[in-house]
Design a protein around this ligand. Structure first.
Ligand code: PEP
Length: 250
């Protein structure tokens, strides 16, 4: 059986306290729709994590974070640990987003440590992978992505504590997306790789597509075999758009 789809919103560095109203609209919309088919997650910036987790408590919307430090605590000025995220009600952590790999020079080895920190706290690690446009043009998309997966996946990963998000870097925030055939081919290869890493459990790992997913293309993308949901940036900021994507997964 295909894994239950997950639609996750990555708010990036957006949102102020007043954005709780947008979350409230989302919670109301999700409650009004048939939730049996999919899971919904919102990952706001750290400043909103506790308020959002409190607001979403008891609802069908989970709250997650966008990064964590590999350690539980200590002398790491400006960083936030998986334990802290769990403490305020977070259930999942995005790790290895391309903006962190690029802006902060994060290696797959560091991403693996962060994913492990999340898993050790009982949280779900959403591990992001994806090729640049130059890598795709050079025919290296799969070799780049498979290398990122191998190096970012901690031992002890399971279908319950791990989600893989395939996000072609050139599709993030650009309005461009790969063809449906290219998405299908990448997700089929990812499925095979996850079975190689985790055995039969790899069939149940959710494989999200991310990169300019919006209401207009979500139905087609989410219908692809081995696409088990989406990681949504810009279109997750407005409840109306995010709800349209969520209903495409239902
Ligand atoms: C993302 O940053 O995870 C993302 C998919 O962004 P967007 O949907 O805006 O392309």
């Amino acid at each position: 059986m295909a894994p239950r789809p997950l639609i996750a919103g990555n708010w990036k560095m957006n949102g102020l306290l007043a954005s709780e109203q947008e979350l409230q609209k989302l919670i109301g919309g999700v409650a009004a729709s048939d939730g049996s088919q999919r899971e919904v997650l919102v990952c706001p910036p750290f400043t909103l994590l506790q308020a959002f987790a409190k607001r979403a408590a008891g609802s069908a919307v989970g709250i997650g974070a966008q990064d964590c430090h590999p350690n539980l605590s200590g002398a790491h000025t400006g960083d936030i640990s998986a334990q802290m995220i769990k403490d305020v009600g977070g259930t999942s952590i995005i790790v290895g987003h391309s903006e962190r790999r690029t802006d902060h020079g994060e290696s797959s080895d560091l991403v693996k440590q962060k994913a492990k920190a999340a898993q050790d706290e009982g949280l779900t690690a959403i591990i992001c992978v994806g090729e640049t446009e130059a890598e795709r043009d050079a025919g290296q998309a799969w070799s780049v992505v498979s290398d990122q997966v191998s190096k970012s996946l901690p031992s002890g990963s399971t279908a319950s504590n791990t989600v893989i998000a395939y996000e072609p870097v050139w599709a993030i925030g650009t309005g461009r997306t790969p063809t449906i055939d290219d998405i299908a081919a990448m997700h089929d290869d990812l499925r095979t790789a996850m079975v190689g890493h985790l055995g039969d459990d790899g069939n149940s790992v959710r494989l999200l597509y991310g990169g300019s997913m919006k209401p207009g293309n979500a139905t087609e993308i989410l219908a692809v075999t081995n696409v088990n949901g989406g990681l949504v940036g810009g279109a997750s900021l407005k409840a109306e758009d995010f709800l349209a994507i969520i209903s495409a997964a239902s």
